[in-house]
Ligand binder design. Structure first.
Ligand code: ZN
Length: 227
């Protein structure tokens, strides 16, 4: 499937209506009247990351907020991104999800771009601007692990970037309150696509001290990146 060129979308939709929908008509009729998702999935836009497949879930179970490199804007930072934050607010406040999962993944193009952000910004200004929210993580890795292989640095960045977003989520009062009251389970995942494994990190994971350090340098790195 992944190597197939020019997929016939019309044919695929017809197949959905005639086979998938027709055979599960009752399910879809019920689904139309309500959804009650248990999980907010914050994932990369990457086409290889498929939450329904990962969780073996049906339509109606997973509420999604996806963007390049699964980033959550921080509440206190000046650039507001209402599209991203409103999806989180809606899931938490209105739908009352029980889990928020931030899912990073292997070979993430967004994380790779963070490694050469200034050049990348010239070519793709919107994506570069969005990604700059996570540039402090990439710079932290360079400073702390100067001798690490580049490919290992990228894997570390993919993982730390996912965990960083838990801290970013906790800048919102409506998330913080529910996590503290244990009404929401907050975790970061790292999905290794080739191996099919997922590493799970809690908010208070082994990385939490590192994240604190990265967050403290965050403003400097974002400002420096503006030149
Ligand atoms: Zn990605």
């Amino acid at each position: 499937m992944i190597f197939k060129e020019k997929p016939n979308l019309k044919e695929r939709i017809e197949k959905f209506t005639e086979i998938e929908h027709a055979f599960n008509k009752e399910f879809y009729e019920k689904l139309e009247t309500r959804h009650n998702p248990h999980t907010l999935f914050i994932g990369c836009s990457d086409s290889r990351v498929e939450p329904e497949t990962l969780f073996q879930a049906e339509a109606g179970e997973i509420f999604q907020m996806r963007n390049i490199a699964n980033i959550v804007p921080r509440e206190e930072e000046p650039d507001t991104h209402p599209s991203a934050v409103s999806a989180i607010e809606y899931a938490v406040q209105m739908l009352k999800v029980q889990n928020i999962i931030v899912c990073g993944h292997s070979k993430c193009g967004g994380c790779a771009a963070l490694r050469k952000l200034k050049d990348y910004k010239k070519k793709y200004p919107y994506t570069g601007e969005w990604l700059s929210q996570s540039v402090s993580i990439s710079n932290y890795i360079d400073e702390e692990y100067p001798d690490m292989k580049e490919s290992d640095k990228i894997v570390m960045l993919e993982k730390l970037n996912a965990v960083q977003q838990l801290d970013n989520l906790m800048t919102y009062d409506f998330v913080r309150q529910k996590v503290k009251a244990k009404k929401i389970n907050l975790q970061a995942y790292y999905y290794d696509i080739a191996r099919g494994t997922i590493s799970v990190y809690d908010y208070d994971s082994v990385f939490s001290n590192i994240i604190k350090e990265i967050t403290s340098t965050r403003k400097d790195f974002i400002d420096n990146n503006e030149e």
